[in-house]
Design a protein around this ligand. Structure first.
Ligand SMILES: Nc1nc2c(c(=O)[nH]1)N[C@H]1C(S)=C(S)[C@@H](COP(=O)(O)O)O[C@H]1N2
Ligand SMILES: [Mo]
Length: 454
């Protein structure tokens, strides 16, 4: 664990094939307890059960016996374990997982106070980002705000201005929903083909949580909102960045936009906007105003600094796009991904994440030959709207160089573009909304590298 590989090269199960200690230990010991389990499963595969054909037919071999890790009884099997972990307060991950951390990107200019940290996508499973690994973007630093002193005001085109305490908001009818948040600048450095080494830095400004809160429309109605003239709201944060964003009333009326206090079963983390943040599903992260303290109802877009100066997309020919909030359909393979190493040829589970700001992911195709041939991946679990979707695909690596890509399609029929397609429309000068297909080159030695394929 002393190796500071952010790519997970030294990680243990279940990225087990990346682990020098080998997959045999992991499967026999940690997963099933009995070494002959997998062998029996292989036998079953011939009659069409349990194990996919690609795995059954691959050279995926298991130790036939004599592995000291299963033969020796370790101390933890023969003596008393520790008292409840609660004695040490809030629970923590295993010390063997200490390498799984948020990190600052080597592709960005280092400033005295860092303002972005990236989620370790290569080490995550399923679709929920553990709260302590959620990416961060702070325009003016983060705060741990006293919730008893925090207030949220609703003003503008309303019958009467209203000021809510956090307690009052928590008494109102609540919703809990899984949504992704992606910074509009996620994958930004790849516009210029900087090719940062790992998926943490190429795509780690996306995270997904189960958020709990109150639909914004409820708060507006309690203030007597004028929906005839009120076409937009301005959302304002309580930190020094004066983060202010315009949100169209149509989105709010749909009930999708909510004021969250909960994240993955507990209160929001301070760095995620404790005690209140706006959830704007499908829209770029900057509109998810943290430390939310004011909602003003107006009749036109506000053109604030974060809309009129920042968060515009430079286009070819001197044009720019403005209010380009929606995070279009996108996906990325998280394993195998940049910085990881395949230790031998044979069977691997290709896995990754897909999402769309326009709704549900309908399909994800995966190529291992740089986009010439595609196979559809399995979408795991309940595919939810404007949330992350996990995909998996069986793959037998023949030891030859391979270029792994994923291409997602959403329920509107939108297909994730190649770099060539994206640049033809948006040019090369944008910072925001890079949703191009990502390519990972697996070299003959098994090393995985970030490459761009047009
Ligand atoms: N009040 C406030 N809200 C904010 C920001 C901020 O700096 N201050 N950053 C925005 C940006 S640019 C993004 S991408 C997301 C990041 O959310 P996170 O730090 O919870 O990942 O919050 C948005 N909301
Ligand atoms: Mo952002």
């Amino acid at each position: 664990m002393q190796n500071d590989s952010s790519a997970g090269r030294v990680r243990k199960a279940p990225e087990s094939f990346l682990d020098k200690t080998g997959i045999k230990t992991v499967f026999a010991e940690a997963r099933h307890g009995r070494r002959d389990f997998i062998r029996r499963a292989f036998a079953a595969a011939s009659v069409g059960a349990a194990v996919p054909a690609a795995l059954a037919q691959s050279n995926f071999h298991l130790n036939e016996g004599g592995d000291p890790n299963i033969l020796n009884l370790p101390e933890h099997s023969t003596s008393l374990g520790q008292s409840v972990a609660a004695n040490e307060g809030y629970g923590k991950p295993s010390k063997f997982e200490a390498n799984v951390q948020r990190r600052q990107s080597p592709g960005l200019t280092q400033t005295t106070q860092a303002s972005v940290s990236f989620a370790p996508l290569q080490s995550l499973f399923g679709t929920v980002t553990p709260s302590g690994l959620h990416f961060e973007r702070h325009h003016q630093g983060w705060w741990d705000i006293d919730p008893t002193k925090h207030r949220l005001m609703v003003n503008g085109l309303v019958k009467a201005n209203k000021v809510f305490t956090v307690d009052e908001i928590m008494r109102l009818p609540a919703v809990s929903r899984f949504h992704f948040i992606e910074c509009g600048a996620n994958t930004a450095v790849e516009w210029g083909n900087v090719a940062v080494p790992t998926v943490q830095y190429t795509h780690g400004m996306v995270s997904c949580s189960e958020f709990t809160g109150v639909p914004l429309i409820t708060l507006l109605e309690l203030a007597g909102v004028d929906l005839k003239n009120g076409k937009f709201v301005l959302a304002e944060g309580a930190d020094g960045s004066s983060m202010t964003r315009t949100i169209p009333m149509d989105l709010i009326k749909s009930g999708e936009v909510f004021v969250a206090y909960g994240q993955n079963g507990e209160m929001l983390r301070p760095e995620q906007g404790y005690p209140l943040r706006l959830i704007v599903p499908g829209i770029q992260g900057v509109s998810w105003v943290k430390y939310l303290r004011r909602i003003e109802v107006g009749d036109q877009p506000y053109a604030t600094k974060d809309e009129a100066i920042h968060y515009m997309d430079l286009q070819p020919g001197g044009l720019h796009r403005q209010y380009s909030g929606i995070q279009e359909c996108k996906s990325v393979v998280t394993t195998p991904s940049g910085g990881q190493v395949l230790l031998e040829k044979g069977f691997y589970n290709i896995t990754g994440l897909a999402w769309s700001g326009r709704g549900k992911v309908r399909r994800v195709d995966v190529s291992v030959d740089g986009g010439r041939n595609w196979r559809s991946a399995r979408l795991e679990g309940a595919v939810q709207t404007k949330s992350l979707t996990r995909f998996n695909l069986d793959w037998v690596w023949d030891g030859q160089p391979a270029i792994i890509q994923s291409r997602a399609m959403d329920e509107t029929g939108f297909v994730q573009p190649t770099y060539k397609q994206l640049r033809a429309v948006r040019g090369t000068r944008s910072i925001y909304h890079n949703n191009a297909i990502q390519s990972w080159l697996v070299t003959e030695s098994g090393e995985v590298k970030n490459v761009q394929v047009s």
